[in-house]
Design a binder for this molecule. Structure first.
Ligand SMILES: [Zn+2]
Length: 396
């Protein structure tokens, strides 16, 4: 069970109540891996069969301290081009960590082995975004003969979700946003079912949101809130790993984005390892002061922010960006030069920010069609952090 010790950056050290009896940690089995106090155990979790007779498995690492404490699930590698997350897990999980650990880490560094082999976001055997096929909390529907049934992978994730919910006190899922983007963590708006028990569901959502925010603060990287509720559902983001564990599993969870994916940045990886240990300190799994998050930009706009792809190109053009990831901008500031293919200015030659906020990253490339997003930005967030599912959510 999670007991949150005192924690503060450079101040109080995290400590469990020393009078509390030390009990042996609970045995946790995932696939062929079974925890053994004081050790790191390795195993396989069978996912699906291929028509060629090969069986896909997910690698499982269970690191368990000698004392009881929370069970923290850490997952990565669901998008094959995003390879910083697996790197974080390989750097994080060491015997030295286990020697100081209270509780258990269950880590899966390759949620999408096919995507990692081919360096593709989607696995070739289930060509959909694997981070949009996790349980959505809707009642099961009878099979529709005119619809493709859930893929073997989606079924496997549903089974894995049940295993996560059975043991996890907290979950972090590691991703990369895009090339050159800053390291940040997503704050989710917690959605709840506005049925006859809406008050209870809302209180539960508020509590989950508060705990998620504490975890995000302990992690210590830039915090950016996800899209407003309707766009979030439209984008199927409620079916990501951590949205499923948060909304359906009721487990405080979040997603982190670690900059460039296909060439992990050692500074971001080190800061994510430190941030994860800080979340473990917050959870009472490690002693000691919070580590300083160094070597990366941590941006605070001074007001709550959410992500937004903006500004958009107004015409087909070449874009020469004028701002860097992490830069603060104000509405009206020029953020890019706009040129034609000969390099001549288009119009007044400038594209301006429509919002106050900061730059998460430049979009890939310099060639843009009308409507293309030129920057990923964090802009002022006015939408509520707790929201009911849209009225038609449970109807389709
Ligand atoms: Zn991703």
């Amino acid at each position: 069970m999670a007991r949150h010790g005192q924690w503060a950056l450079g101040g109080l050290s995290s400590s469990l109540d020393k009078n509390e009896e030390n009990t042996m940690p609970k045995i946790i089995t995932v696939g062929t891996a079974t925890s053994e106090p004081g050790t790191i155990q390795y195993g396989q979790w069978e996912t699906l069969g291929h028509p060629t007779g090969h069986v896909e498995f997910l690698p499982v690492i269970i690191a368990q301290g000698k004392e009881d404490g929370p069970c923290f699930w850490l997952t990565a590698g669901i998008h094959g081009v995003e390879q910083a997350g697996p790197t974080v897990l390989y750097r994080l999980i060491t015997q030295e960590l286990v020697d100081r650990l209270r509780g258990t880490i269950v880590a899966i560094p390759a949620l999408n082995p096919a995507g990692l082999r081919t360096m593709k976001r989607e696995p070739y055997h289930a060509p959909e975004d694997p981070n949009r096929m996790w349980p959505d909390g809707k009642p099961a529907k009878p099979p529709d003969p005119d619809k493709q049934p859930p893929s073997s992978l989606e079924k496997a994730y549903t089974r894995l979700f049940d295993e996560i919910v059975a043991s996890a006190a907290h979950v972090i899922d590691y991703h990369n946003a895009w090339t050159g983007s800053i390291s940040f963590a997503f704050r989710d708006r917690v959605l709840y079912h506005a049925d006859q028990e809406a008050d209870r569901h809302k209180a539960e959502a508020e509590s989950l949101a508060a705990t998620q925010f504490e975890m995000l603060q302990a992690y210590g990287h830039t915090i950016i809130t996800e899209f407003p509720a309707e766009k979030y559902i439209d984008e199927k983001l409620h079916r990501s790993v951590t949205a499923a564990t948060l909304f359906v599993g009721k487990i405080p969870s979040f997603t982190v984005e670690l900059g460039t994916g296909d060439m992990p940045d050692p500074a971001i990886v080190a800061a994510a390892v430190a941030g994860t240990r800080n979340v473990m300190r917050w959870a009472g799994m490690l002693d000691g002061n919070l580590e300083r998050i160094e070597g990366i930009k941590v941006v605070d706009a001074g007001f709550p922010v959410r992500r937004c792809g903006t500004p958009r190109a107004e015409t087909a053009c070449v874009v020469l960006h004028l701002v860097e990831p992490g830069d603060k901008v104000r509405a009206g500031d020029p953020v890019a030069e706009v040129r034609d293919i000969w390099g001549r200015p288009v119009g007044d030659g400038l594209l301006h920010s429509e919002y106050d906020g900061f730059v998460i990253g430049r979009s890939h490339g310099i060639y843009y069609y009308p409507g293309d997003e030129v920057l990923g930005m964090a802009i002022r967030d006015d939408a509520p952090l707790i929201a009911p599912y849209p009225a038609d959510y449970y109807k389709d």
